[in-house]
Design a protein around this ligand. Structure first.
Ligand SMILES: [Zn+2]
Length: 312
């Protein structure tokens, strides 16, 4: 009797073992099938197709990435790159980094832009890239990079991968964008504020006449600290510089000169060498000004250029 119970017990245990082994096998096969089906179904594109078509780029990224969503922003009247980036909660670098078709900062109505759900950039994959080399280039954790690009199986066969939270690599942008980034490396903004008047022709706020505005006006309250836009030597520091009122001029010794007008207080003297970002003055409303603001001019070889070409 005891013998029979033991035999039956062994038999039942064996049945369970066989059941679990088969179950695992079936499960593993199913899993493998799902994965290979996913890999097989991934839409394939060339790099050029992804540059030319925003919807294709969106589809491509949606099928390969995890933890980040992509949508298409259709530019509406009155929108600019900076405003669009802000609406989505990140900087213009993300918009530029996800839109390799862009050759200028100017966007046109109905233009399509690819917008990720959080900041980051696309990296154009080269034949020599590895996950490690890409992680090092952008100073990002390799595991984060791989997790984000979860469905990328064969890295060097993919046109792009997404780099979460990083600015685009300037050396991999198109030539036109590389030039634009290079100009912005020259200067930093003298202060943060609201742009109240742009460069070019305008109706003068004081005289009412149509005139050319040789710089930009940044509305800030009197006493705001003004920093040098780049390294250079102070060539003018005076309380009596015509329309500018109290102003500072800096020669950057590379053909560029910057002007800072309508100041309330000067903190440097002529001939002084200054560093980029060094505080040179306090803003004000001296000279021909309707309210407190900083007037900022950039000149190259004597010609006034749009300072917004140089500031982010
Ligand atoms: Zn001005």
């Amino acid at each position: 009797m005891k013998n029979i119970i033991i035999r039956w017990s062994i038999f039942i245990v064996c049945l369970f073992v066989v059941y679990f082994v088969i179950n695992e096998k079936v499960h593993a096969i199913a899993q493998a099938n799902i994965q290979s089906a996913m890999v097989l179904n991934l839409p394939q594109y060339t790099k050029q197709e992804l540059i030319d078509s925003v919807p294709a780029r969106m589809k491509y990224l949606l099928t390969r990435t995890k933890g980040v969503k992509f949508l298409i922003h259709k530019v509406k009247k009155g929108e600019n790159l900076w405003g669009i980036a802000k609406q989505h909660g990140y900087s213009v670098h993300t918009v530029i980094g996800c839109n390799p078709q862009m050759k200028t900062y100017n966007v046109s109505v109905n233009e399509k832009l690819l917008m990720p759900s959080s900041g980051g950039s696309l990296h154009p994959v080269s034949k020599t890239d590895t996950w490690k080399s890409i992680a090092e280039k952008y100073n990002i954790d390799e595991s984060i990079l791989k997790d984000t690009n979860l469905n990328v199986r064969n890295l060097t066969e993919e046109p792009y991968v997404f780099i979460p939270g990083k600015k685009p690599a300037v050396d991999l942008l198109n030539e036109s964008m590389q030039e634009k980034y290079a100009l912005r490396d020259l200067f930093r903004s003298p202060l943060a504020g609201r742009l109240s008047s742009t460069f070019g022709t305008r109706r003068h706020p004081v005289t009412g006449k149509i005139s050319r505005h040789g710089g930009i006006d940044i509305a800030v309250k009197t006493g705001t600290l003004v920093g040098a836009a780049a390294d250079g030597i102070v060539t003018v520091a005076s309380t009596d510089v015509g329309h500018y009122g109290t102003a500072v001029f800096i020669d950057h010794q590379n053909g560029y000169i910057t002007h800072y007008g309508h100041l309330s207080k000067i903190l440097v003297r002529v001939g002084q060498r200054v560093k980029a970002g060094q505080i040179i003055a306090k803003s004000g409303a001296t000279g021909r000004a309707t309210g407190p603001h900083l007037h900022f001019t950039v000149k190259k070889n004597g010609v006034s250029l749009d300072p917004l070409k140089f500031l982010w």
